[in-house]
Write a protein of this length. Structure first.
Length: 230
């Protein structure tokens, strides 16, 4: 069972998410809350597999991670400004979905995140690449937000220590594929894929899958025209 905590300040939205999650045979809701205080209390006490969060208060995600490193955080929000996107990228969230997302897609996205993948609403992906283009032109829209590894000028070259398999995996991540999909493509176990991802992130100085996707585009590993849209 995938153990889930839902935090949403809007009663109607929270009930909608709860209804969708409860209908899935492999999901279990173990906590419900409305604000950052509830999120911290529930994550610390229950250690859920997935936290569905509608808020992105400055500094709250690192605090949540300090309570449970194993909990994957999915933002399910109406916020789509550059500042919140930058904060999400720098805070290692596993999902960024807008609230106009179909509920069936939300359920599918939860499973992808549980498997170690990441999911981003296409509209947010487009905005993220806009942010990347601004970074490339040294007009940093993330200035003043949480520091991330791609903001300090470290993305200049691909390290020679990166293996061909690591590059292929980074390409697949850039296409939005889950660890299971990558494992099937390369005839590897998901555990081996996770090890390759950890190794690649350490070599390049990245912190999460979203940064890998942005890195892949900037360094020419993957082109926008080849992005997966299914």
């Amino acid at each position: 069972m995938i153990r889930i905590v839902i935090i949403d300040e809007q009663d109607v939205d929270r009930i909608c998410i709860e209804t969708t999650v409860s209908a899935q045979h492999d999901f279990e809701i173990i906590g419900l809350g409305k604000d950052g205080y509830d999120a911290l209390k529930l994550v610390a006490g229950l250690k859920p597999d997935i936290l569905i969060l509608d808020i992105c208060l400055p500094g709250i995600i690192p605090l949540l991670r300090s309570k449970s490193l194993a909990t994957a955080i999915m933002l399910f929000t109406s916020l789509e400004d550059d500042a919140h996107i930058c904060q999400a990228i720098g805070s290692k969230v596993s999902g960024y979905l807008l609230k106009n997302t179909d509920m069936d897609q939300l359920a599918a996205s939860i499973r992808v995140v549980y498997e170690g993948g990441s999911v981003i609403t296409p509209r947010i992906t487009a905005k993220a690449f806009h942010i990347l283009s601004e970074l490339v032109r040294n007009n940093d829209p993330c200035k003043g937000s949480q520091s991330t590894s791609y903001q300090n000028g470290t993305w200049n070259t691909i390290p020679s220590s990166i293996s061909k398999t690591e590059l292929r995996i980074m390409t697949y991540i850039g296409q939005g594929r889950s660890n299971q999909e990558i494992a099937d493509k390369l005839c590897l176990t998901t555990g081996t894929v996770r090890n390759y991802i950890s190794s690649a992130m350490q070599k390049v100085g990245l912190e999460n899958r979203t940064q890998i996707a942005l890195y892949a585009v900037k360094m020419g590993i993957i082109h926008l025209g080849s992005m997966r849209c299914d």
